[in-house]
Design a protein around this ligand. Structure first.
Ligand SMILES: [Zn+2]
Length: 161
């Protein structure tokens, strides 16, 4: 019996610090206990599954684990200058356009190629990672990732496969 279905995992947790920085909106450094979920849409295969739950959960855990207990920095924000983004650096120095400065141990920071580390951009980043790393069946058509900063606030991104 074939058909389409959507397989979901949720509740993968990571705790991290971030700040949003733009001309219009600027935050101080603060943290969240994030939760992430992922869904795969596709054809139900001969085994009656779209994808094994554990494969999807494993890929999501692998994507989120490097973010856990880290400071997530925006590596593509023209208002936030980062130095120390190289092998062997002991610290990352962050100098922001409107005067804030931070220094973090290099191993406590993750520099993401994002303009801002928002729930929207994190969801997109994780979805792209899953799209390239997850061995999804050829019959899968889309992947959706949700990242929540709090139980109340989050963002979802859907990518076609
Ligand atoms: Zn926040």
């Amino acid at each position: 019996m074939a058909g389409q279905a959507c397989v979901a995992v949720e509740g993968v947790r990571f705790s991290a610090a971030h700040f949003i920085y733009s001309d219009e909106f600027r935050e101080n450094l603060h943290g969240h206990n994030y939760t992430a979920g992922a869904e795969i849409e596709g054809e139900i295969g001969p085994a009656g599954m779209v994808i094994n739950f554990l494969d999807l959960k494993g890929a999501l855990l692998e994507a989120c684990e490097p973010l856990d207990h880290k400071v997530l920095l925006p590596g593509a924000n023209p208002l936030v200058k980062l130095s120390g983004d190289s092998e062997g650096s002991k610290e990352v120095r962050v100098v922001c356009e409107y005067g804030e400065e931070y220094v973090f141990p290099r191993n406590a920071a993750v520099i993401l190629r994002l303009q801002n580390v928002t729930a929207e951009n994190l969801a997109h980043y994780i979805a792209e990672l899953l799209r390239t790393k997850l061995l999804h069946p050829a019959t899968a058509v889309a992947i959706t990732v949700e990242v929540k900063e709090t139980p109340e606030f989050g963002a979802r991104v859907r990518l076609e496969l």
